[in-house]
Design a protein around this ligand. Structure first.
Ligand code: NAD
Ligand code: UDP
Length: 336
């Protein structure tokens, strides 16, 4: 059985589908600080299989011990964490506590129970502003905000841990920009409040929930002046976790992988692709750059392809079609 922390969230719920479809049993530990149990009910409908759900905090040793005592856990995928960059600058301690302390406590209790296989959600944000593109795993690292700092610290902590004891098998997965939804449109990204990220903002404009998109800057040195990112379909990302887990069975040590497509798209290219997929106009206005943003980011994911046998299969049309399918079926997200 695989323990999935934060498994009710956006990437976690899609990964639960991929795990169940690959034949794994799944236990989710989530405190629902940024998700609802409804997502997991829908995971069961999609797969025809149930997920064991434990409501609790990854920083709570007693809950973790209960889980490891009661169930035979073969490995852990650790999604639980806070992810809003702006909020992390206002509440750094909350971010370090949740993301760093949570990751330390999880590993401590895993060690107590002799569980040593771990997949961790890192982010392309650990590369800061890269000197060249595409970004390879061996590029220099640096954080520009507490969220990125927390990811970098956990990478370091898990690297030190794996070096201290050769029994550990750890994959650090650096995600580029996850978007899209399961093909069924029944699970997807459900941000609370005003979305920070581009894709959910665009889709809320298309569905009529927000008036217009604000494009942050059109004076970057990119194809059309707007920011370029490597958007990756969340089901491709989910399948990357399943591949990483299977691969770790025959490895020891710590291993880092970029999970991206290798292609960059600008904000305006995303707007156009979404208009095409949805048949709806996406009104936008140009505004100044957002503080901390960089011009262009895309991955070199050849290491994941070579070692894990994983490659993103879904393109920008699939990403927009599936986001729209989720958005139009669930205009207000998961409603109780
Ligand atoms: P999400 O907020 O949808 O999912 C995170 C889940 O973790 C939520 O269900 C939340 O309730 C839970 N959680 C948070 N803190 C917890 C705690 N202390 N104990 C138990 N549960 C807790 O976010 P997501 O987009 O699915 O991201 C998952 C992971 O991937 C995060 O670690 C995030 O930092 C990382 N990541 C996300 C992106 C992205 O753009 N979405 C990019 C790179 C990395
Ligand atoms: N962006 C934008 N308007 C928004 C949200 C994002 O123009 O409302 C731009 C942002 O400047 C960046 C790209 O879209 O160039 C992706 O931003 P997102 O926040 O989704 O991801 P990240 O910045 O973390 O890569």
């Amino acid at each position: 059985m695989i323990l999935v922390t934060g498994g009710a969230g956006y990437i976690g719920s899609h990964t639960c589908v991929a795990l169940l479809q690959a034949g794994y049993e799944v236990l989710v530990l989530d405190n629902f600080c940024n998700s609802k149990p409804e997502s997991l009910q829908r995971v069961s409908v999609i797969t025809g299989k149930s997920v064991v759900l434990v409501q609790g905090d990854v920083r709570d040793r007693s809950v973790l011990r209960e889980v490891f005592k009661q169930y035979v856990i073969d490995g852990v995928i650790h999604f639980a964490g806070l992810k809003a960059v702006g909020e992390s600058m206002e509440q750094p301690l909350r971010y370090y506590d949740n993301n760093v302390s949570g990751s330390v406590i999880l590993a401590e209790v895993m060690a107590e129970f002799g569980i040593n296989m771990l997949v961790f959600s890192s982010s392309a944000t650990v590369y800061g502003d890269p000197a060249s593109l595409p970004i390879r795993e061996d590029f220099p690292l640096g954080a520009t905000n507490p969220y990125g700092g927390s990811k970098l610290m956990v990478e370091q902590i898990y690297t030190d841990l794996a070096q201290s004891d050769g029994v550990w098998r750890i994959a650090l997965l650096r995600y580029f920009n996850p978007v899209g939804a399961h093909l069924s449109g029944t699970i997807g990204e459900d941000p609370s409040g005003i979305p920070n990220n581009l894709m959910p903002y665009i889709s809320q404009v298309a569905v009529g929930r927000r008036e217009q998109l604000t494009v942050f800057g059109n004076d970057y040195p990119t194809v059309d002046g707007t920011g370029v990112r490597d958007y990756i379909h969340v089901m491709d990302l989910a399948e990357g976790h399943v591949k990483a887990l299977a691969w770790l069975q025959n490895q020891v040590g710590v291993h880092v992988f970029n999970l991206g497509t290798g292609h960059g798209y600008s904000v305006l290219e995303m707007v156009k692709a979404f208009e095409f997929a949805s048949g709806r106009p996406v009104k936008y206005q140009i505004a100044p750059r957002r503080a901390g943003d960089i011009a262009e980011v895309y991955a070199d994911s050849l290491k994941a392809e070579r070692e894990l046998g994983w490659k993103a299969e879904r393109d920008i049309k699939d990403m927009c079609r599936d986001t729209w399918n989720w958005q139009k079926q669930n205009p207000l997200g998961y409603v109780d």
